[in-house]
Design a protein. Sequence first.
Length: 193
Amino acid sequence: MSTHIKYPRAKPYFSDKSKQKAVFYFKEILDTGNLIQGKYVKELEDKFANFIGTKYAIATNSCTSALEIVIKASGIKDKKILVPSQTFVATGNAVITSGNTPVFVDMHEDTLCMSFESIKKNMTSDVAAIILVHIGGLITPEYYEIKSYCDENNIYLFEDSAHAIGSSIDGRRSGTLGTASCFSFYPTKIMTT
C-alpha cells in the first residue's frame, strides 16, 4: 500500500515580504515576552472591529471559546439553543460546555443554511437562542425573517461567522447581524493570525 498523498493539503500562501514582516514582528514579540495580550492583539481587535463595523472586537483562542463566552455572557443556562445540523461539531460543543442543550435543526435545501421553517418547527418555550452559522461564508437569504422572529420572541441571535470574514448581506457584514458574532482565524479559514 502506497503512502504517497496524491492531493496534498492546501497551505496558505505568504509572499516573501509578508514572511519578512512576520519574522520582524515575531522577534519583537519574543523580545518583549508578551506572547499573549500584547499591543498587536489590541491592534488586531481595533482594526477588526473597524473592518466589521462594530464598536468592539475581543480576541479569544478560538471561535469555539468565543461562542461559549457569548452564550455565558448572555446569562443563558439550562436552556435549549438551536443550531444547524450542517455545521462543525464545535458549534454544538460550545452550547454543551456553556451548560445548555443544542437542538439541531434542518437546513434549507437550496442554501444549506439553517431553515427558517425548521427553526419555527423546533421552537419551544425553553429555547433561548439561535446560532446562525454562515456556512461557506453564505449569509442565509432568510436572515431577515430569522432576525425578526428572534426580536419578536425575545431570543438571542448569535452568529457563527467562522467561514464569513468579509461576508455581507445588503451591505451589512457578518458580525453585525445578531447579538454577538464569533469568527475563526484558524489556518484553513479566510484569514489567519
